[in-house]
Design a protein. Structure first.
Length: 324
């Protein structure tokens, strides 16, 4: 079975080992290994038979991977044809890089030192491998082009959002910088273009409870204690459109998009909120007008105050886009 088939089958059930320092396989060609957890019980005498039983369409390719010693257990020992099945154990293997159409936009480097790489991500490029976008992600592109196999994102931006994206270069400092985001010690500023509503009082702080269910594309707001907070400010008015500053205090999935929609001014180019409408993966005609303008924090290693600013600008629509 071809590599695209095995990749498609395994992506739906495996977990990418993104930035886990104790993964038993190194990064290869910009890609982390994939981890698969065996179930609590089953009739399979060997690990290979379990894999073949779970992914029958990929039997030929899986047997090739085992024969090539490219499938290992959690201790890094190669899985052979006779390796016994053990419940609740991790199995690691490399996905075959898929054939993807190149996203026709470039990543600009804003800053690089021994610990950090800060880039200006374009619209339409995923931050990390996910779903249909594996090779065409900022992480894999940068690992390959810069020769940095340990490169790991400190945070993420939606595929449709452009702007400042920060990576650590060395695994030894990952936790130091990622903890800044966990503790909400990072000031993030976004800009967005949306409809101008003269009856909307701004600035405003939006708080709500956001839930994102696994396997569901859209997040949604629900009753209950707020777990998200955003401050929305008006920066500029051009006819029926306006430019807004968005200051998220929390970092829930699609938080800014949901909060702008809740105010009745969904971001231009947003095909998720308030209502979903389908857009072809290779349709780059209408970018989401959302930009991660700047990221600011106190460096956990040097103690210096650091601020990184995007050099991109949002394109104003020629007319106010219709509501979907």
């Amino acid at each position: 079975m071809g590599s695209r088939q095995v990749n498609a089958e395994l992506q739906t059930s495996c977990i990418t080992v993104d930035g886990v320092p104790d993964a038993p396989l190194p990064v290869r060609d910009g890609l982390n290994p994939t981890r698969l957890r065996t179930p609590d019980d089953g009739p399979w005498p060997t690990v290979l038979e379990y894999l073949v039983g779970r992914f029958p369409h990929d039997e030929t390719r899986l047997r090739e991977k085992v024969a090539a010693r490219e499938v290992v257990d959690e201790r890094g020992h190669p899985v052979t044809e006779s390796t016994a099945f053990v419940p609740r154990r991790d199995v690691y293997l490399y996905r075959d890089p898929p054939v993807e159409s190149r996203v026709p936009f470039e990543i600009e480097i804003l800053h690089r030192d021994e610990n950090l790489l800060v880039v200006d991500k374009p619209h339409f490029l995923a931050s990390t491998p996910r779903g249909a976008y594996i090779v065409e992600s900022a992480l894999v592109r940068l690992r390959r082009s810069l020769g940095l196999p340990d490169l790991t994102p400190v945070h993420r931006l939606d595929r449709l959002t452009a702007g400042v994206l920060i990576f650590t270069v060395r695994r030894e400092v990952r936790r130091d910088y990622q903890s800044l985001f966990d503790r909400r010690e990072v000031r993030k500023e976004y800009e967005a273009l949306a409809r101008y509503d003269p009856e909307l009082t701004l600035p405003a702080t939006v708080r709500s409870r956001i839930v994102k269910q696994r396997g569901v594309l859209k997040a949604f707001e629900t009753e209950g204690p707020a777990n998200s907070e955003s401050r929305i400010e008006l920066l500029e008015i051009r006819g029926n459109a306006a430019r807004y500053r968005l200051l998220p205090h929390t970092g829930k999935t699609h938080q800014l998009r949901l909060h702008m929609s809740a105010l009745g001014i969904p971001i231009f180019g947003d095909n998720f909120y308030p209502d979903f409408y389908d857009v072809a993966g290779n349709d780059y005609s209408t970018p989401l007008r959302l930009l991660a303008r700047s990221v600011e924090f106190t460096d956990p290693l040097s103690g210096a105050r650091r601020r990184f600013v995007s050099e991109r600008t949002l394109t104003w629509p020629t007319s106010t886009p219709p509501a979907h």
